[in-house]
Design a protein around this ligand. Structure first.
Ligand code: SF4
Length: 452
């Protein structure tokens, strides 16, 4: 039941003493960016519209490598457990303060977004997922869950001096390769991309961006945004590499790296499937030279025929991006130019027919993802196509902009079951399904055999 003040207390009755011991306190930030604890108030989390006191199992210590953001033009909202009421905090200790949120490190899925009231004229927030965060026992706690044990993007895995030394080495090894230069100068040195760092370190998943263009206009596109949209998170690659440039470094990566994967379709590019000829030629040449490792495609999957050609050429896995399993919400988010939702589904069918590992890169949005209408549609899709994996990513978009652009203003989230229950339901409904965050190696080195 959601109260007047938007508070939906879903917590089992818990003794006040326990509540105070287990629920973090509200955080605010002053104009200098100093983060302050408000010990009188408990943190709240927000699903689509309603406010929640996170239960202890919905909270984790803030993972290493996460960022904390103060949210301009957003007033923090907390819970006064003495008065049993929701309280807005626009000023604290005589200072003007703003709401605070956490952008969790990779491998983590948010359970609630930060609770705040957006003030009129507030700027659109950049492309991050703003999770609810609070303070307890001397530490930051966030409403989230680790969904993938894989350590490939854990900050502790990167010795930055070693990364730079190996980056220099890569440039020396491939002096005329524009794509390697893009990965080193743009991705490693400018953006600190963990996937590009793993390429120069010769391990795990290596990114292979190829496409400056795209045939969709996602509301949350990381590499291209409209004037009135949030700032793009990274610049798009501005050239199309040759097949020789692609093959030159990817064969070595597949043959020499542990759990080797090469992935077409990165945040710093448009849609790789628009370059199906180049990808087909490259995959054929890579597989002519080596049976090792996994060749993966991250894609909007707009063209089933092109997918078929890549499957025949030697593709091992495909990851399809979806914000929703309901066509209306898919179209509002992806705004496809020359394809439809049925093309995406047909691409999944084709890939499964060829025995390709199919993952869904699913943009989780608390209150919507776990709403019965979306959940039932998503479970139906997973079961109909026997999807192999769901990568439970976070919708990296200003939540108010997402609600507006997806038309979710009137969706009643009192029926939403919560993200942890959503994960449990997925496991119940699809016991074979792998749930995680990263593309898995589905083809091990030098055995040629497919390992699931
Ligand atoms: S499909 Fe990818 S590149 Fe294209 S608009 Fe969407 S996020 Fe951007």
């Amino acid at each position: 039941m959601v109260r007047e003040d938007g508070f939906a207390c879903t917590l089992e009755p818990i003794a006040l003493t326990d509540l105070l011991k287990k629920i973090p306190r509200l955080l605010v930030a002053d104009e200098s960016g100093n983060i302050l604890e408000v010990p009188e108030l408990l943190m709240l989390g927000k699903s689509l519209h309603s406010l929640h006191l996170p239960s202890p199992d919905e909270l984790i210590r803030l993972p290493h490598g996460s960022n904390l953001y103060m949210l301009p033009g957003r007033t923090a909202v907390g819970y006064d457990f003495r008065e049993d009421r929701v309280v807005e905090v626009g000023e604290y200790r005589g200072k003007k303060v703003q709401a605070v949120a956490a952008f969790m490190a990779p491998a983590h899925t948010w359970v609630y977004r930060a609770a705040y009231r957006r003030e009129p004229g507030a700027p659109i927030l950049p492309l991050y997922a703003y999770a609810a965060v609070g303070w307890l026992d001397g530490d930051y706690w966030v409403a989230g869950v680790r969904v993938d044990p894989d350590i490939r993007q854990d900050p502790a895995q990167f010795n930055l001096e070693e990364v730079e030394r190996r980056a220099e080495e890569a440039l020396r090894r491939y002096p005329r390769n524009r794509l390697v230069r893009h990965l080193v100068e743009n991705c490693v040195r400018r953006y600190g991309c963990p996937a590009a760092r793993n390429f120069v370190l010769g391990r795990w998943e290596c990114p292979v961006p190829t496409s400056p263009g795209c045939n969709a206009a996602c509301v949350g596109c990381l590499s291209l945004q409209a004037e009135d949209g949030p700032p793009a998170a990274q610049e798009r690659i501005n050239f199309v590499p040759t097949s020789e440039e692609i093959v030159e470094f990817t064969v070595r990566h597949l043959e020499s790296s542990p759990e080797a994967i090469i992935s077409f379709g990165q945040g710093c590019e448009g849609e790789p499937l628009l370059l199906a000829d180049l990808l087909e030629e490259s995959i054929r040449e890579i597989r002519r030279r080596t049976p090792s490792g996994t060749i993966n495609l991250n894609t909007n999957a707009f063209d089933p025929r092109a997918v078929e050609r890549l499957c025949r050429a030697g593709l091992d896995s495909m990851r399809v991006s979806l914000n929703s399993a309901q066509e209306e919400y898919y179209l509002r988010y992806f705004q496809p130019k020359n394809y439809g939702f049925e093309d995406v589904l047909e691409s999944i069918r084709v890939a499964k027919d060829y025995g390709i590992w199919v993952s869904v890169n699913y943009f989780v949005f608390p209150g919507f993802t776990d709403h019965p209408s979306e959940m039932d549609s998503f479970v139906r899709l997973i079961r109909e196509f026997h999807v192999d994996m769901v990568q439970a990513r976070n919708l990296n978009l200003d939540p108010d902009l997402a609600i507006e652009r997806l038309g979710l203003e009137t969706l009643d989230d009192s029926e939403s079951i919560g993200i942890l229950n959503w994960l449990r339901r997925l496991r119940q409904e699809a016991p074979w399904l792998r749930i995680g965050y990263f593309n898995p190696p589905v083809r091990m080195r030098n055995v040629g055999a497919t390992v699931r």
